[in-house]
Design a protein around this ligand. Sequence first.
Ligand code: NAD
Ligand code: ZN
Length: 367
Amino acid sequence: MTGTPKELTVTAQQGDYKVVIGTGLLQQASSWLTSILNPKTSLMIVYDAKLESLGYVKTLEQSLKKEFVNVYSFAVESGESSKSLQHAARLYSAFLAAGLDRRSAVLALGGGVIGDLAGFAAATFMRGIDFVQIPTTLLAHDASIGGKVAINLPEGKNLVGAFHAPRLVLYDVATLQTLPLYERSSGLAEAIKHGVIYDPELFAYIEEHVEPILLGDSDALTHLLYQSCKVKAKIVSQDERESGIRAFLNFGHTIGHAIEALQYGYYTHGAAVAIGMIYETKIARRLGKIDVEFEDRLRVLLEKAQLPTSLPAEQKSKEAIDALIEHMRRDKKAHSRSLPFILPERLGTVSFEASVDEAVVRQVLAD
Ligand SMILES: NC(=O)c1ccc[n+]([C@@H]2O[C@H](COP(=O)([O-])OP(=O)(O)OC[C@H]3O[C@@H](n4cnc5c(N)ncnc54)[C@H](O)[C@@H]3O)[C@@H](O)[C@H]2O)c1
Ligand SMILES: [Zn+2]
């Protein structure tokens, strides 16, 4: 894509912020940032170490140094294990060594791991400093909007975190060119989810353009990201703290999180969510909420997006299902013999089901 970037605004208590989506935005970063920050602001780029050899870190630094006097950078090793207290502590030390203060800003350059970790460090350093998201994965379109930041504990994912809205989200679609295919599929799962919960047109767009999206076509990616970010932005603008409709974003995630936690490293987040969306749709079918046509349409699209749609036979043993249920129960803090779910009613509409009988969930997982 060439031409003018697309822009959205997210409403947040800490201040509304823009999401800018386009090609070549890393090169233009200084002009976007000077629209929100004083050039005297010290900037700390926290980046995924994998991005250094791809040239993105240098491009961003060069652009920022045109306007900003103090630009620092800090590499974080790639992977979910970097979302830890130890890595956050390393960031605080690096912030102090660089002389960051309350007026400084942290820029997260990378996928959801870097956004969550750097955002958590920015939320807590000196009781919270400015934060800018510069996502480089397709999945991070979901992670970079909404202000949720977190790190993991050995006991589980995202157990320590904060709401810390970014000042800006700068999404350079050109960085997605180097993303491995399976990571594009992973991000696409969240966009498909946004279609299911809120936007039938987005769902239909993905059905028609899944191939160019997976091949990394800039126009298709830009349109997809704009529409999908729009859904996320609308939902979190209405319900920033998840007291209502923000929970709809969890469609596919109750089962997806359990799969991800128990099969650590085997499935990408999006792959686990894809399986979760199909199983949660099956639950909705058993409860008479939705027809088989929807389930088939969703499965066909997920398969086209090169995502899995069922658990392999060896993960359907009684022991494996017990472990999944146990994880969901802990995750949802559900103490009774039932579990809460977000279930589809028709394409574009989901609802909250406070208690689904555990027996129904077991039947679906074993199916
Ligand atoms: N805060 C939220 O609201 C929210 C929402 C969804 C997910 N998340 C979190 O996001 C994380 C997952 O995000 P993710 O899928 O982006 O994972 P990730 O950050 O681990 O990135 C995936 C992989 O892509 C590599 N990579 C990143 N950019 C690249 C590029 N341009 N070219 C080539 N390789 C590149 C990374 O090194 C990594 O190996 C999870 O920790 C999840 O909990 C947070
Ligand atoms: Zn997700």
